[in-house]
Design a binder for this molecule. Structure first.
Ligand code: TYD
Ligand code: MG
Length: 472
C-alpha cells in the first residue's frame, strides 16, 4: 500500500509524536494518551504529488477588501454568534458534549438555509439516513430541500463535493468519524481528524462553500483529540448547557470574521431548539423574591445585556478547611471577594462553608459581577433578602472600592425593560463630563465602597456596618 511504513505513537491530547509507547506523554504530561499509528512516509492529503510553486502576489498595507459576504441561516441566535452568518469558503467548528444538541442545531440551521434556496449538503457519519430523517420529521423539517448522505470515507465525500460547484453549505457531523486511507490510524484519532479536517477545509476554500464541522468535546473541554482543529478553522463555537436545564448556550470562542464574546441562547423543546430572544426573562424565570442570599446581576454577554441571578449560601463549617464551592463563576475571584469583605468591612465569613451559584447554568467571567456576588454574600450572611426589584453591577477592588465597568447604560436599560426599579452601580465619576443616561423610573444608588453596600442590609446593630474609611 505505502512504500515505507513507520510505527509511531501520537499523543491524542497534544499531538506530540513518540517513537515508543510510554504511559505518560513527555510533552504535555497526559496519562495514557499515546495511540499507535502507522503513518505513510509522506502524510500529504490524499497523496497528491507536490505541485510546483507558482509564486504569490504581494500587496501594500493600504487598500481595502470588501467584507466577506454572508450566508444568513435565518436562525438569528446562530447567525449572531458567527458574526452575521456563515462565511463562504470559511470553516466553523461546532463543539459540545455528546447529546447536547449539536446535530439538532445543525440540522435546523441547514434546513433553514436550504429552504431559503441555498444548496445544502448534510453528511452524517454517526447516524443512518433513516435516523436523520426521523429527526427531521420530529422537527417538522422533512420538506426542506436538503441533500443528505451517510458517509465517513473522505475521498468519496470529496469526489462528490468536487463535482458540485454551486453548494452553499456543507455540514460534516461529525469530524471524528471521517477517515482517509493514507493512515492506518482509526477514525477519531488525532492524525485522522487533522488530515480529514485539513482536506475538508481545503475543499471549502477551493470550491467556495461554507463548511461546518461538528466535533465532540471531552470532559476537560478539548475537542476530543484534535485541539489542532481549533487552529485550522476560522470560527470555533461551543454548544453547552447543563443536562438538567432546558436551555442551551452557543458560545463563540474564536472568530476570524467577528467578535468572540457573543452568545446565542436556545431553549430545548419537543420540536427542536427554539431561539430565545430575551434571555434575561428566561434566566430570571425561576427566581423567588424574598430569599436571603440572592441578588440579580446586570451583565453583558457579547453585545447583549443579560440579567442573571447570583445565589449564595453560607453554612457553618463542621470542622476542617471551610469549603468554597462555585458554579458558574471564578473560584479565585470569590476568594478575593471574601477576603475583601472580611478585611475591609469586618464581615465574619471565615468559619463558614460558602456555596456560590449562577442560577441557570450560565458561566460568567466579567469582573462586573463582583458587586452582585458581594450583595448575595452579605444578604446570606445577614439573612436579609436583597430588594426584589433591584440589580447590581460593579467591580470590587482590593481596598473595597467599587470600580467602573463598561456599558453601564445598556445594563440599566435591560433592567428597566424587565421591570426592575433600582440599581446599585459604581459611583459615576464626573471627570468624563459624560452624563449617565439612565432610563426614566430607575432609581440609581451609587456605591463608592463595599461599606456603602453593607448599609443596605440589616447587619444587626454592629457598628461594622458603617462604611469603612478609605483604607490606606
Ligand atoms: P442531538 O442533537 O442528537 O445531540 P448531539 O448531536 O450533540 O449528540 O440531541 C440529543 C438528544 O436530545 C436527541 O435525542 C434529541 C434530543 N433533543 C430534543 O428533544 N430537543 C431539542 O431541542 C434538542 C436540542 C435535543
Ligand atoms: Mg450528533
Amino acid at each position: 500500500m505505502v512504500a515505507r511504513e513507520k510505527t509511531r505513537f501520537v499523543c491524542q491530547a497534544c499531538g506530540a509524536v513518540a517513537a515508543k509507547w510510554v504511559g505518560r506523554c513527555e510533552a504535555c504530561g497526559a496519562w495514557n494518551s499515546l495511540v499507535e499509528e502507522v503513518a505513510a512516509a509522506r502524510p500529504a492529503a490524499l497523496g497528491r504529488a507536490p505541485a510546483p510553486g507558482r509564486g504569490i502576489a504581494l500587496v501594500g498595507l493600504a487598500g481595502s477588501a470588501p467584507p466577506p459576504p454572508r450566508l444568513v441561516t435565518g436562525i438569528a441566535e446562530f447567525d449572531r454568534v458567527l458574526g452575521g452568518g456563515l462565511v463562504p469558503g470559511g470553516a466553523a467548528l461546532v463543539g459540545g458534549d455528546p447529546g447536547i444538541g449539536k446535530s439538532t442545531l445543525m440540522l435546523q440551521a441547514a434546513a433553514r438555509l436550504a429552504a431559503s434556496g441555498q444548496e445544502v449538503i448534510y453528511i452524517t457519519g454517526e447516524e443512518s439516513v433513516e435516523q436523520v430523517r426521523l429527526r427531521a420529521r420530529r422537527l417538522n423539517l422533512a420538506a426542506a430541500p436538503l441533500e443528505l448522505a451517510a458517509a465517513t470515507h473522505l475521498p468519496d465525500i470529496a469526489a462528490t463535493l468536487e463535482s458540485r460547484r454551486g453548494v452553499g453549505l456543507v455540514v460534516i457531523d461529525s469530524i471524528q468519524t471521517m477517515w482517509l486511507d493514507n493512515f492506518d490510524a482509526i477514525p477519531g484519532t488525532l492524525t485522522q481528524v487533522r488530515a480529514s479536517g485539513f482536506e475538508l477545509i481545503r475543499l471549502a476554500k477551493n470550491i467556495g462553500f461554507s463548511l461546518v464541522l461538528v466535533g465532540h468535546v471531552t470532559k476537560d473541554g478539548a475537542i476530543a483529540g484534535p485541539r489542532v482543529l481549533e487552529h485550522m478553522v476560522d470560527a470555533v463555537l461551543y454548544f453547552e448547557g447543563e443536562r438538567g436545564h432546558q436551555f442551551r448556550i452557543l458560545r463563540g470562542v474564536k472568530n476570524r470574521y467577528g467578535a468572540t464574546d457573543e452568545i446565542g441562547v436556545f431553549e430545548m423543546t419537543d420540536h427542536g431548539l427554539a431561539e430565545v430572544a430575551n434571555p434575561s426573562a428566561l434566566f430570571l424565570a425561576e427566581r423567588r423574591g424574598n430569599v436571603a442570599g440572592s441578588a440579580v446581576f446586570a451583565g453583558i454577554e457579547g453585545t447583549r445585556p443579560v440579567l442573571l441571578e447570583v445565589q449564595a449560601l453560607l453554612a457553618p463549617n463542621a470542622g476542617g478547611a471551610p469549603r468554597r464551592a462555585v458554579i458558574g463563576w471564578d473560584g479565585g475571584r470569590l476568594a478575593m471577594l471574601l477576603a475583601v469583605l472580611e478585611a475591609r468591612c469586618g464581615l465574619r465569613l471565615a468559619g463558614n462553608d460558602v456555596y456560590l451559584n449562577i442560577a441557570g447554568g450560565l458561566r460568567i467571567s466579567e469582573p462586573a459581577a463582583d458587586l452582585a456576588v458581594a450583595a448575595a454574600l452579605i444578604s446570606a450572611s445577614s439573612d436579609t433578602p436583597t430588594r426584589p426589584d433591584h440589580v447590581y453591577f460593579g467591580e470590587v477592588g482590593l481596598s473595597g472600592e467599587i470600580r467602573q465597568v463598561a456599558q453601564a447604560e445598556a445594563r440599566l436599560r435591560e433592567a428597566a425593560k424587565l421591570g426592575f426599579a433600582g440599581a446599585s452601580l459604581p459611583r459615576h465619576l464626573a471627570r468624563g463630563a459624560k452624563r449617565l443616561a439612565a432610563p426614566a423610573g430607575l432609581r440609581l444608588e451609587e456605591i463608592g465602597h463595599l461599606g456603602d453596600l453593607l448599609a443596605q442590609f440589616a447587619i444587626g446593630s454592629a457598628p461594622r456596618a458603617k462604611p469603612a474609611e478609605p483604607a490606606r
